[in-house]
Design a binder for this molecule. Structure first.
Ligand code: CAA
Length: 379
């Protein structure tokens, strides 16, 4: 692992930082308050290549490496964790899954507009009664010869209300358990496909999270991804990479809160001196800086392993497990350092604290990450 960032990586980091400051920061408080999706900002992120960062340019992507992705995600999430999850899902769950496993026809038709940011995608695995236990899903796709008939409900789907294309995981043969699951590309607007309720969330309120309802939706056979029965392994493989995205989002949330707390501690005075001169505050900042650096290293490690083509189930899970804990701890302390100001919206840290919590839940809870890690180290 090389700790020296290349000129190109530094340029991407700077471009994402400038974009976040200039385009995301101005109305981030209002979007959080009103649960407003950053429509224009996401469009610009697409134009900058941030929505298909690692995809081959021949399919509309930016052709960058995964370390660049971690760097850009961190900068976006520092300012707006909602925009960051839109970016993470489109890059890691949707584009990466299609680039690695879809047919050439599927790549041309679906990956190209998704990677170039012309449209965005969603990944529908979770259900009302199947979150962590992903094999227990109830959504069915019945093989009808030249099409599948899709029925069921998916829950908590990021980009659910704004996506154009959806990767939907469904049971095709319940008797075969996880080998009877398939992944399909479903288009918004197909008959019988209804966008359900929008969730009113604690955090990442600028992102849009919906249930999806499928009522006899006909999916053409050619929209199945991979061989029959590959859907569960597809979902697991895609989630391994997704966890690097969410780890980087968590890292950004933590780093954003830390930077605000550090700045505040250097200017706010109490007992005749800036509060950073009180060891009670200085030690909190020292812990934050150390933990954020460690979280960043875990993200870089997983990203480097991904680019080297290694199995990233363990490193991705470690990065997400640790970075999401750091995001939670750091944001709570950042609110504490800000005192009363930390509890009001205009100082941003209360929002970051609310945003942090979901990073311990989605794309595999912290408990699921420990299952993945412990199984890996026991092998
Ligand atoms: N990487 C690759 N393959 C994996 C894997 C991993 N991390 N974990 C399991 N698999 C494979 C196994 O090798 C096995 O394959 P074979 O039979 O072909 O060898 C198959 O999957 C079944 O494995 P298990 O028997 O271990 O399956 P399990 O039922 O015990 O479940 C689990 C394993 C790790 C708990 C899995 O169910 C899991 O990851 N659950 C969490 C699901 C999740 O992350 N949901 C998030 C929803 S998506 C989301 O949040 C998106 C959003 O909008 C932000």
């Amino acid at each position: 692992m090389d700790f020296n960032l290349s000129e190109e990586q530094l340029m991407i980091q700077q471009a994402a930082r400038d974009f976040a400051q200039n385009e995301l920061l101005p109305e981030v408080i209002e979007r959080d308050r009103d649960q407003k999706f950053p429509v224009e900002q996401v469009k610009k992120m697409g134009e900058m290549g941030l929505l298909g960062m690692m995809v081959d340019p021949k399919y509309g992507g930016a052709g960058m490496d995964s370390v660049s992705y971690v760097l850009a995600m961190e900068e976006i999430a520092k300012i707006d964790a909602s925009a960051a999850v839109v970016m993470s899902v489109n890059n890691s769950l949707v584009c990466a899954g299609l680039e690695k496993f879809a047919s050439e026809e599927q790549k041309v038709k679906y990956l190209t507009p998704l990677a170039s940011g012309k449209v965005i995608g969603a990944f529908a695995l979770s259900e009302p009664e199947a979150g962590s236990d992903a094999t227990s899903q109830k959504t069915t796709a019945e093989d009808k010869g030249d099409y599948y008939l899709l029925n069921g409900i998916k829950n908590w789907i990021t980009n659910g209300g704004t996506a154009t294309y959806y990767i939907v995981i469904a049971q095709t043969d319940p008797e075969k358990k996880h080998k009877g699951i398939n992944a399909f590309i479903v288009e918004r607007g197909w008959e019988g496909f209804e966008i359900g309720t929008k969730e009113d969330k604690l955090g990442i309120r600028g992102s849009d999270t919906h249930s999806l309802i499928f009522n006899n939706v006909k999916i053409p056979k050619e929209n199945r991804i991979g061989e029959d029965g590959f859907g569960f392994n597809f979902a697991m493989a895609v989630l391994n990479g997704g966890r690097i995205g969410i780890a980087s989002q968590a890292l950004g949330i933590a780093a954003g809160a830390y930077e605000l707390a550090l700045k505040y501690a250097k200017t706010r005075k109490a007992f005749k001196t800036e509060i950073i001169n009180h060891q009670a505050i200085a030690f909190k900042l020292a812990d934050m800086a150390t933990q954020i650096t460690a979280a960043r290293m875990l993200c870089f490690k997983a990203a480097c392993e991904k680019d080297a083509g290694k199995d990233i189930s363990e490193s991705g899970a470690m990065a997400k497990l640790y970075a999401s804990q750091v995001a939670m701890d750091t944001t709570i302390e950042a609110v504490q350092i800000h005192g009363g100001y930390g509890y009001v919206k205009e100082y941003h840290v209360e929002r970051l604290m609310r945003d942090a919590k979901i990073t311990q839940i989605y794309e595999g809870t912290s408990e699921i990450q420990k299952i993945v890690i412990s199984r890996s180290i026991a092998k």
